[in-house]
Design a protein around this ligand. Structure first.
Ligand code: PLP
Length: 406
């Protein structure tokens, strides 16, 4: 059977039904910024596989790390055992985030679940039985039920899951400070995406709200969770989104680009204060332990990806991408069907007036050699830091032509 026939009968795709409601393309291989389809078509990648492939595909350093580790120890349980790939990685994450207590998990959503559980345990250890969180409108923090509970209620369609979801408190960036003041005694934490809100709307914010949240959370001893799963590892031009506000949260979640887009791995990092308080409390431990926690293959490739990033001039590369997105996409704003154009770091966003045209944009781009996958009204691109100017200009000119043609 052809793979598309099998796909159509047995394979569920993300945010989709079975069979798929939209066209599915069979991919044969990848290299650098290129995706090669089964029929030989080459597409320039404008998505970096959902914010993860920051170095491009098949980077030899990452492949080597994976191969070397596969021969020595592909996996070992993490309960009661440890190993160099994991300890190296935790040390790197501690140094990079300035948050020394690191919990490895297997996907971004799981890291967010662990972050929420950690905040609740911290408050419990301090004698407070609270379990509500303050989150932002347009937030996206993952697809598991706890995560969904802190995602924007409309975007993540809370209504479909009714009472099964935890009830949290949502506010705008503008009213965040007031909301923290109002609910300070009822909440276990505040959770925010820094600077850029990703899958909940691709919104870009001024850093001030992060400082305000930091000050109030310190004042009232509320754990501040910053979700850097999308923004982390340089996507906004600085290593972390929260670097734009020169602040550190109490709990940070990272994922996506952590392994350079090769394996699924995420982490929650927190302060020594929070891990010490839990350690000394009656609850004592976090009851969470993914079967594949600290997977050596994933940790090895994450170590290699971080080394590769830190030894490169990534800041200049991201600045160059930012300049090109700004220069090339801005002119689209004069079009009637375009609501707004915005960009920061390696992220370019064209928000259309309505969602009916997004599919046309995608179809045109694919026909013309660019892989892009809009959602709703948002046509957006996140590119690898190793993209060439020529490849990036091909992406921007194809997006422009697609939108101009509507
Ligand atoms: C993608 C994402 C998640 C979820 O990560 P998964 O690996 O898909 O579970 C959580 N938070 C943010 C900000 C994300 O962008």
């Amino acid at each position: 059977m052809k793979i598309l026939d099998i796909d159509n009968q047995h394979t569920w795709h993300p945010y989709n039904s079975l069979p798929s409601k939209s066209v599915i393309l069979p991919v044969k291989s990848t290299n650098k910024q290129s995706i090669y389809l089964q029929d030989g078509t080459e597409l320039i990648d404008a998505m970096s596989s959902w914010w993860s492939a920051i170095h491009g595909y098949n980077h030899p350093d990452l492949i080597k790390a994976l191969e070397r580790q596969a021969r020595v120890m592909p996996h070992i349980m993490f309960g009661g055992l440890t190993h160099e790939p994991a300890t190296s990685l935790c040390k790197k994450i501690a140094d990079l985030t300035q948050l020394p207590s690191v919990f490895l998990a297997d996907s971004g959503s799981v890291a967010v679940e662990v972050a929420l559980k950690t905040a609740i345990l911290y408050k419990k250890a301090k004698g407070k039985n609270v379990s509500k969180f303050i989150a932002l409108e347009n937030a996206y923090h993952g697809d598991t039920l706890g995560c969904m509970g802190v995602c924007d209620p409309k975007n993540s369609m809370h209504s479909l899951y009714g009472d099964y979801l935890p009830k949290n408190i949502f506010t705008s960036v503008k009213n965040l400070a007031n909301t923290i003041e109002k609910y300070k005694d009822e909440v276990a934490g505040v959770i925010l995406e820094p600077i850029v809100q990703g899958a909940g709307g691709m919104k870009i914010h001024e850093p001030q709200y992060l400082k305000l949240a930091r000050n109030l959370c310190t004042k009232y001893d509320i754990p501040l969770i910053v979700d850097e799963i999308a923004t982390g590892f340089g996507h906004t031009g600085l290593m972390w989104g929260c670097d734009h506000a020169n602040m550190r949260p109490d709990i940070m979640t990272i994922g996506k680009a952590l392994t350079g887009g090769i394996m699924t791995l995420s982490a929650m990092a927190t302060t020594k204060n929070i891990s010490d308080v839990i350690f000394s409390s009656e609850v004592g431990v976090i009851m969470h332990g993914p079967t594949f926690m600290g997977n050596p293959l994933a940790c090895s490739v994450a170590n290699a990806s971080i080394d590769l990033l830190l030894s490169s001039n990534w800041k200049e590369k991201v600045q160059n991408i930012q300049n090109i997105f700004a220069k090339e996409l801005k002119s689209l704003e004069t079009l009637k069907i375009v609501h707004e154009v915005r960009n920061i770091g390696a992220i370019g966003v064209v928000e259309l007036e309505d969602e009916t045209k997004a599919q046309e944009v995608q179809d045109f781009c694919v026909k013309n050699g660019v892989w892009i996958r809009p959602f709703g009204k948002l046509v957006y691109s996140i590119v690898s830091y190793n993209i060439t100017n020529k490849e990036l200009l091909k992406i921007t000119s194809t997006i422009k032509e697609a939108i101009n043609n509507i």
